[in-house]
Design a protein around this ligand. Structure first.
Ligand code: MG
Length: 178
């Protein structure tokens, strides 16, 4: 019997798109893309779609092959949901990936957890996972440790920097330690 691979639950804005880097200095290795996903256009209901300014994305095309080389099953865990497959995956050379369909976006949590935390633990249903996100905090890691019966890691990524070599090393080590 083969053990299923752990899942790598990927946030987009922060880890893959370091949106908080200096605005006029594209981070090394990244390409600039300007996109207009439907969910972005919908944020400006008072404006006709053609007048909505595109969303700027910085994407590092090396991240796709690097993610695919990891011993994980890749899953989108982002507000982009299905749009990550339309707009982000092709820029990284990733195939269509499963995604977490959130019950509700940005829902305030009674215990101050990140709005994704409980949903991810429910979604994982006991299977090992690493969650990569720029917004998670120590309280999320602690809550996951208490409520998720399998192995889990909450890996914080600085949205000024995006995923870096050290993060990929951490992901490999964590998978190897199983
Ligand atoms: Mg984010």
């Amino acid at each position: 019997m083969t053990t299923p691979l752990p899942r790598l639950l990927l946030d987009v804005d922060g880890p893959l798109n370091p949106y908080a880097a200096k605005p006029h200095q594209r981070p090394a290795g990244y390409g600039t893309h300007r996109v207009k996903p439907d969910s972005w256009v919908a944020r400006f209901p008072q404006r006709p779609a053609e007048y909505v300014r595109p969303l700027r994305l910085w994407i590092n095309p090396d991240h796709g092959p690097e993610l695919l080389s990891l011993p994980y099953e890749l899953v989108w865990a982002t507000t982009w949901m299905a749009e990550a497959n339309t707009w982000i995956a092709p820029l990284l050379g990733l195939p269509e990936l499963p995604y977490v369909a959130w019950p509700q976006l940005h829902q305030e949590d009674p215990d101050g957890l990140h709005w994704k935390t409980r949903a991810l633990v429910a979604w994982a249903a006991g299977r090992p996972f690493v969650w990569v996100d720029d917004e998670l905090g120590p309280q999320d890691a602690a809550w996951i440790a208490d409520h998720h019966p399998g192995r889990a890691l909450a890996l914080h990524v600085d949205p000024k920097l995006g995923l870096r070599g050290g993060d990929f090393a951490t992901l490999r080590e964590w998978a190897a330690a199983a």
